[in-house]
Design a protein around this ligand. Structure first.
Ligand code: ASP
Length: 326
């Protein structure tokens, strides 16, 4: 039985096209199918060896517009493919804008045993497929290399020759092809000329972590968690508007506050957050700093729990926490 590497297409710039080959910004994302993308990868057959490529289009979207339902669809196809004994690995082509959120979501939502011996590799591009000098084919070649690399496991991201872990990876540049960074942790490794050079171990499956029942979440509705940013001149108006809950909006269940420095919150916001918390809204604070995480307990924020994650990932963590408690 030949092994399979499944390539799941989600859209993004990697599948984008522009009117002109010298236009790297005025393009439309998510135009080409994943099968089409595979045809542009130099040496894919050599990289895969005896393994077969299986292409599946899950979504075709600009990832800035990603919805929770798209995650549900992706998770369903991942569970199906990873459970197949003949599937060695899954590669996902995805837009860069919310790639770190999808990577983190998958690392939390997939059953640990599905990731214990198989990698899920997300890749992307900063330039459209129609570019004079596209980065997608090279990134996809690197993703395929990593997918079949001995010992590869867990949710991984490959872009610009660097391998990142799902918890650390962050898009840090709106234009550069090397657009991702893992902060203080650094990349897990590099893909160089068709070889993986590991700088840290592949992520270990957390066997204490329960898989998320996304079908139930979809049916029930994902808990609404919003993100606020504390800044100079911040007031309580936005928070008061959030708590008013307009007609037709799901009830607010959680707030992630990206605080200044060590997760501190403007005093004008603080009172509103305490009120929200008193009404049963879960409040979590993180730091808006690019590096590090909230350390110790700042006295003014003792009542709010803290996560060692970026605000967008903390939102996912809080949603999943609330869903698991409901
Ligand atoms: N807006 C695009 C997306 O996230 C950007 C990209 O893929 O680079 O789908």
């Amino acid at each position: 039985m030949a092994e399979i590497v499944a390539f799941l297409g989600m859209g993004g710039t990697i599948a984008g096209t522009a009117q002109s080959a010298d236009d790297n910004v005025g393009y439309t994302a998510a135009q080409l199918g994943v099968q089409n993308l595979l045809q542009s990868v130099p040496g894919l057959t050599r990289i895969l060896g005896a393994r077969q490529a299986l292409a599946e289009q899950v979504c075709q979207i600009d990832s800035k517009d990603l919805m929770h339902a798209d995650w549900a669809a992706l998770l369903g196809r991942l569970k199906h493919n990873l459970a197949r004994p003949d599937v060695r690995a899954v590669v996902i082509t995805h837009g860069t804008d919310t790639l770190e959120e999808t990577a983190y979501f998958l690392s939390r939502a997939l059953a640990p045993e599905l990731l214990a011996h198989k990698p899920v590799v997300l890749t992307c591009a900063m330039r459209p497929a129609s570019s004079l000098n596209p980065d997608g084919p090279g990134n996809l070649a690197d993703a395929a290399t990593l997918a079949v690399w001995p010992g590869a496991r867990g949710v991984l991201v490959v872009c610009g020759g660097k391998i990142h872990g799902a918890a650390q990876v962050q898009k840090v540049h709106p234009y550069r092809v090397d657009a991702f960074d893992s902060g203080e942790a650094g990349p897990l490794g590099l893909v160089e000329e068709g070889r993986v050079r590991l700088l840290a171990d592949f992520p270990r499956a957390d066997h204490g972590q329960a898989a998320v029942d996304v079908e139930a979440l979809q049916a029930k509705g994902w808990p609404r968690v919003e993100i606020l940013l504390s800044h100079a001149g911040a007031g309580g108006g936005l928070l008061r508007a959030l708590l008013r809950e307009p007609e037709g909006e799901a009830p607010l269940r959680g707030i992630v506050v990206a605080g200044t420095g060590n997760g501190t919150i403007h005093r004008e916001m603080d009172a509103g957050l305490l009120l929200a918390q008193a009404r049963g809204v879960r409040v979590v604070r993180v730091s808006r700093c690019a590096y590090g995480q909230v350390v110790g307990d700042a006295p003014e924020a003792v009542a709010f729990s803290k996560y060692a994650l970026s605000a967008v990932k903390a939102r996912i963590a809080l949603m999943l926490d609330i869903a698991s408690e409901a």
